[in-house]
Design a protein around this ligand. Sequence first.
Ligand code: ACO
Ligand code: LMR
Length: 601
Amino acid sequence: MGKLFTKQSQAIFWNNNRSAIQRMLDYDYIIKRETPSVAGIVAPTSSNKFDKFFYGGDEIMIPLYKTTAQAKYAQPQADVLLNFASFRTAYDVTIEAINIGSFKTIMITAEGIPERLSRGMNAYAKSKKVVIIGPATVGGISPGAFKIANIGGTTQNIINSKLHRVGSCGLVTRSGGLFNELANIISINADGIAEGVAIGGDRFVGSVFIDNLLRMEQNPDVKYMLLLGEVGGTEEYKLINAIKKGLIKKPVIAWCIGTIAKHYDSGVQFGHAGASANDDAETAEAKNKAMREAGILVPKSFNDLPEVINGAYKELHGEGIIGDIVEPEINVIPENRRSKNFICTISDDRGEEATYAGFPISSVATPQTGKTIGDVVSLLWFKKQYPKWATDFIETVMKTVADHGPAVSGAHNAKVTARAGKSVVESLVTGLLTIGPRFGGAIDGAAKYFKYANDKKLTPKEFLDYMKKEGVPIPGIGHRIKSLKNPDLRVTGLMKYAKEHFPATSLLDYARTIEALTTSKKENLILNVDGTIGILMVDMWRALGYSENEIDEFIESGTLNAFFIVGRSIGFIGHILDEKRLSMPMYRHPMDDILYSLPEN
Ligand code: ACO
Ligand code: LMR
């Protein structure tokens, strides 16, 4: 209770600020977090899906998302947003995140958000019970649990300032630089901090001093608090009132910087936008005096602060309120970390036996395992063990398309190549290179267009009109020799399997309505084997629970044609071996089968 972050807190980081993210992950590693504190990164202009970062000596992949909504959808457990957008976009990013909901804390680093917008944003966040840290801040830290971006500085500085484990001081400052300085002073004169927040330098920040101090009052790890206020504003008086009302009972040490201002003739604007006294009560002098009178431990000068901290710590320690800290073991970040050039997420050959998506080869390879090529494909292509109805379907598809005789374009090319004396692999590749939008390679296209039309709920006529505008024949429709009268029994077989074993076949049912229209125009414009496979694979993935985005990605990357490529390789190799076995001579096409039509000279 009362804790800003825990060791389980995870953030979505808005903007791929690599060095700040790496610092967070280094911190996570040092303190031995089980999960990285950054669950995802919003990188609107990146086309990458992830970025690699070090986690100790190893690397981990952190997913990238285009929008906060996508990131939150994929990482619902991440309830902290680290908004590193520029001052031009930080407001919109914050409002959007509040509207998405279930962010508990939003930290805003940008300096210079127009004050009118900041005020509205802060009030809106408060109404939605979202804690805003900033704008214009380096953030906050719960030592031993979660650290925002660059707060605390370098790893060495963090360890020196004992920010790697829980201490007993609750620290609140405006400035990040002074935060680090004080963390260091506290580590020397006491036992470090339990929670710390630099609230930010803008005139209108989201959570103000008192919000943080009231929360720390509830945090059992915080035994006393230290507030570093500054000239300007009246926030320190709220602390005095809270103490008077009994809302804050833990000892508080405070100092307001800016006492030098009295030595200038006119009002001085210090570094922060809010650091300027508008009347006497806002001077550092007046605030220090009022706080002292309210029983707050206020040193005579900043130089005396360490002594006051030490005194308070010793007293609380003497009373047994602060116990002794057993220094935890920390991980040490190895030197000479090396980034890896390649990533593999499907198989691993480092152990005694290689694995397919975690399954040792022997657990899928032999007949006793009951596993099929369909299982191996599901593991190596999709990194999952699909259920039997799906792996059986995959296997059925591959067996179904293994060959369609010597006359089809790919087999013909493979045979001609073999007869030219080329090797199995060269002849096979020639056959494979024939696979394309007209022959065997229309599966992804069919899935794409039929899925699109189905998603948009186009009628068959609207779909045909749409494809006419696209200027391409409908992938998956039409066959050179198969027709309504001469049906393709492979298609019938696959459809029968799906009807009997798939939980649902909504895209197939839709595609049949298209086929009814195309075959009414021309009887060979049937749903062909490519089309049937593409459409049924979408139905399969939908039934397996993939999101529409994931299915679209499979299609975009050409996954579906791969089923034909693997299946038909079996047939091509058969034809090539046939040629070799028969020792067939080189093939020359008969000239009388060619229409020669050349320009007359
Ligand atoms: N969508 C719309 N109209 C089509 C389609 C189609 N997919 N296929 C053929 N037509 C029309 C043509 O526009 C043409 O019309 P027209 O007579 O008014 O000019 C007529 O049908 C004949 O066209 P061809 O290209 O000569 O058709 P053919 O029957 O020889 O072609 C082919 C067969 C290449 C498969 C063709 O139907 C096609 O391109 N289909 C789409 C691609 C595809 O699915 N390929 C995979 C086939 S299965 C396999 O290879 C394993
Ligand atoms: C095939 O599977 O190769 C055929 O559908 C193509 C064809 O031309 O018969």
